[in-house]
Design a protein around this ligand. Structure first.
Ligand code: NAG
Length: 284
């Protein structure tokens, strides 16, 4: 067989066996990104938890031990991760952010993205939900961006987290960049991070094996603790086949997250804190 014929035959055989053939955009360090954002916990508390502590010991995990939030309270950190500044936001009140952001850069380059939100009300909703499993708008960096919220095509990329399993099971529906926003029970916000650790101990083992092999999984937190003025780092853990295992004590913050995504796919920048930020090291 000619090599092209052989490749086709192999692909058909793989499809028969049920291996999904996903469309991923090749990046400098990773081809897919899966980022989970947890709430209100400092590094030492998180590493002291039974499951999150155990995760740091994986042979494919790198723990950043000097990764800082960029503001208090929650919302400006979520904004900062995709916007490169806090937009002057100093509270969790409703805000719409104008100006270039990560989603614009991804759209311009044709890099697919989705935001999976637990308890998402759907249909580009601008509302929160209530109850112990509440979805919080302030924790959804996509809906806060005007260029996403006011564009139906883009806004439809915010989906209910229940869709993740189906997306992972069918080719080409899992995006290059996936944000995962747990509800306020699972993210540790409402009932403490012990609850979040229990959630993670079931979510990670059932989800990570289904991600494309070239995925960088990043677990981070918005800020160390509620309303604290200290500068304690937050737990930020990279997991991936190419990740250099161990700890990394260099100084990073949420703008480093943005810089990492920008540099991975040569997206350019949004002209704010991302320009001079240092990308996360040791990813490949
Ligand atoms: C909405 O977003 C899509 C996808 O990025 C883009 O093609 C389209 O031009 C946008 N529409 C407007 C009115 O900005």
């Amino acid at each position: 067989m000619r090599s092209s014929t052989r490749l086709l035959a192999l692909a058909a055989f793989a499809a028969l066996l049920g291996f999904p053939s996903r469309v991923s955009a090749a990046g400098k360090w990773f081809d897919n990104l899966f980022v989970i954002i947890m709430e209100n916990t400092d590094l030492s508390t998180a590493t002291g938890l039974s499951y999150m502590g155990k995760l740091t010991k994986r042979p494919d995990a790198r723990l950043y031990t000097n990764y800082q939030c960029v503001a208090r309270p929650s919302q400006p950190n979520y904004i900062g991760m995709v916007y490169g500044s806090t937009f002057g936001v100093t509270d969790d009140n409703y805000v719409d952010v104008t100006g270039a952001n990560l989603f614009d850069l991804l759209e311009a380059k044709g890099i697919s993205w989705k935001l999976y939100a637990e308890n998402w009300p759907g249909d580009c909703s601008d509302k929160e939900t209530t109850g112990i499993y509440a979805y919080a708008r302030k924790h959804n960096p996509a809906i806060i961006m005007n260029s996403v919220r006011t564009n139906a095509t883009r806004c439809a990329k915010i989906v209910h987290a229940d869709q993740l399993a189906a997306d992972l099971a069918s080719p080409a529906t899992f995006p290059s960049v996936a944000f995962y926003i747990p509800n306020q029970w699972n993210d540790g916000h409402n009932f403490g991070i012990g609850v979040g650790d229990i959630w993670m101990s079931s979510f990670i083992p059932k989800t990570l094996p289904s991600l494309p092999a070239s995925t960088l999984t990043l677990i981070t937190f918005d800020e160390p603790g509620k309303n604290s003025a200290d500068t304690t780092p937050i737990y930020t853990l990279a997991i991936g086949a190419k990740v250099k295992a161990g700890t990394d004590a260099a100084a990073y913050n949420h703008y480093s997250f943005l810089k990492t995504v920008e540099e991975n796919w040569a997206l350019g920048n949004v002209g704010r804190g991302d320009v001079t930020a240092v990308p996360l090291a040791g990813l490949a």
